[in-house]
Design a protein around this ligand. Structure first.
Ligand SMILES: [Zn+2]
Length: 152
């Protein structure tokens, strides 16, 4: 769901998202990962709070060729897979003051943006893994599923 207005509640939610991301040594986190169906994600490519930046109602414009590289996800711990992503992207999003801004991503950011954007669309890395990778990761995925079943 898009964010209608950047309120104090949204700012508090973003604070919490940054906390969760840092606690789990992540470089990105999307609101749906903590059960909030809003189009918000935070990214900090060096994993520090100082570098953490929020992207509300983001739009991605990807370009160039795709490149496969190792990727993990806080929602599927222990699973790493080579995922194909575009090498270039420009992001337009709303900041915490409610202003739209556009920036060109580079390096790891490009991959992080595409990964977090996927979460907003309900896509996880396992949905982007090829058959061979899925088979290789089946044990980790099974363990995750069992843990999830137990928690229910
Ligand atoms: Zn993820």
């Amino acid at each position: 769901m898009p964010v209608d207005e950047v309120t104090d509640d949204i700012r508090r939610l973003v604070d919490r998202m940054i906390d969760v991301m840092i606690e789990h040594n992540g470089i990105g986190l999307a609101a749906p990962q903590i059960g909030i169906g809003l189009r918000i994600f935070v990214v900090s490519v060096d994993g520090t709070r100082e570098s953490a930046k929020v992207y509300i109602n983001p739009e991605l414009e990807v370009s160039g060729i795709q490149e496969a590289n190792e990727e993990g996800c806080l929602s599927v711990p222990g699973v790493f897979a080579k995922i194909k992503r575009y090498r270039k992207c420009v992001i337009t999003a709303t900041d915490l003051e409610g202003k739209r801004f556009t920036e060109k991503a580079n390096g790891l950011q490009v991959r992080a943006f595409q990964h977090e954007y996927d979460h907003l669309e309900g896509t996880l890395i396992k949905d982007r893994m090829g058959q061979v990778q899925l088979i290789a990761a089946r044990r980790q995925l099974r363990e995750l599923r069992e843990r999830y079943e137990k928690d229910k």
